[in-house]
Design a binder for this molecule. Structure first.
Ligand SMILES: Nc1nc2c(ncn2[C@@H]2O[C@H](COP(=O)(O)OP(=O)(O)OP(=O)(O)O)[C@@H](O)[C@H]2O)c(=O)[nH]1
Ligand SMILES: [Mg+2]
Length: 219
């Protein structure tokens, strides 16, 4: 009962965030993954490719440090850092209230696409809506083909799975065909793109997905 109450309160705040995003005409992506799956690296590759074509802003969610925000600083884009420790009890996810807390640092009117890099965690972030338009996840092939079955909530809650680090496949035992079957078992037909944030293979397909979602903002 208590948990349900918490989630209701979160949904109300998520709705308020949503209204702010809509008013600014900003498309918001909640990017989730296990720690180290490659979210920040993929953001770097993305900004290198399409940073000139669309105005991207980033909100970095981390338990501690500004290390990820520092990595993106060279792009000169709007970045807001939200640390869950201290301030939010060291939580393992961003919730709608934390995203609201980070919003004053972002000029939403000048941002076409806001990418929220959630705290690295394969469970908690999926439980909290933050007012996003799309939820996506980065999955590293080093994690193993069984993960969709073991952590179904995350895989079920996203509309796109970016299967990252495919450059490492020759060194791994992962059964990629079984991974795809497991994805279909928990989220039938979910869109997926195989890529490598290291070599850049497949990153253009992801950028096309992103640009197709970009709102037509005027003024
Ligand atoms: N081989 C290989 N390494 C990668 C790839 N993408 C990311 N990495 C490496 O994986 C490590 C973690 O990458 P990050 O981008 O920091 O991952 P993250 O998901 O942002 O991590 P957290 O924010 O801490 O959850 C780094 O050493 C990256 O260089 C890839 O496609 N191939
Ligand atoms: Mg990161």
């Amino acid at each position: 009962l208590v948990v349900e109450g918490v989630l209701d309160a979160n949904d109300a705040l998520a709705e308020a965030n949503r209204e702010r995003f809509d008013r600014a005409g900003t498309y918001v992506i909640n990017m989730m993954s296990s720690p180290g799956a490659g979210k920040t690296t993929l953001l770097e590759r993305t900004l290198e490719r399409v940073g000139d074509e669309t105005r991207i802003g980033v909100m970095e969610g981390d338990v501690q440090t500004t290390l990820d925000a520092d990595r993106l600083e060279r792009f000169g884009i709007p970045i807001a850092q939200v640390n869950t420790d201290p301030g939010f009890g060291g939580e393992c996810h961003l919730d709608a209230n934390m995203v609201r807390y980070g919003l004053p640092g972002l000029p939403l009117d000048d941002i076409d696409v806001l990418i929220i890099e959630n705290v690295g965690n394969l469970v908690c972030p999926a439980e909290f809506r933050v007012g996003e338009d799309a939820r996506i996840m980065v999955f590293s092939v080093t994690e193993g083909e069984d993960k969709p079955l073991k952590y179904p909530l995350m895989f079920r809650s996203v509309e796109l799975v970016l299967i990252n680090k495919i450059d490492l496949l020759p060194h791994l035992d992962i059964d990629l065909a079984q991974l795809h079957r497991n994805l279909d078992a928990v989220n039938p037909g979910v869109q997926r793109i195989e890529l490598s944030a290291r070599t850049g293979e497949g990153v253009d397909a992801w950028c096309s997905w992103l640009l197709a979602r970009r709102p037509a903002k005027v003024g």
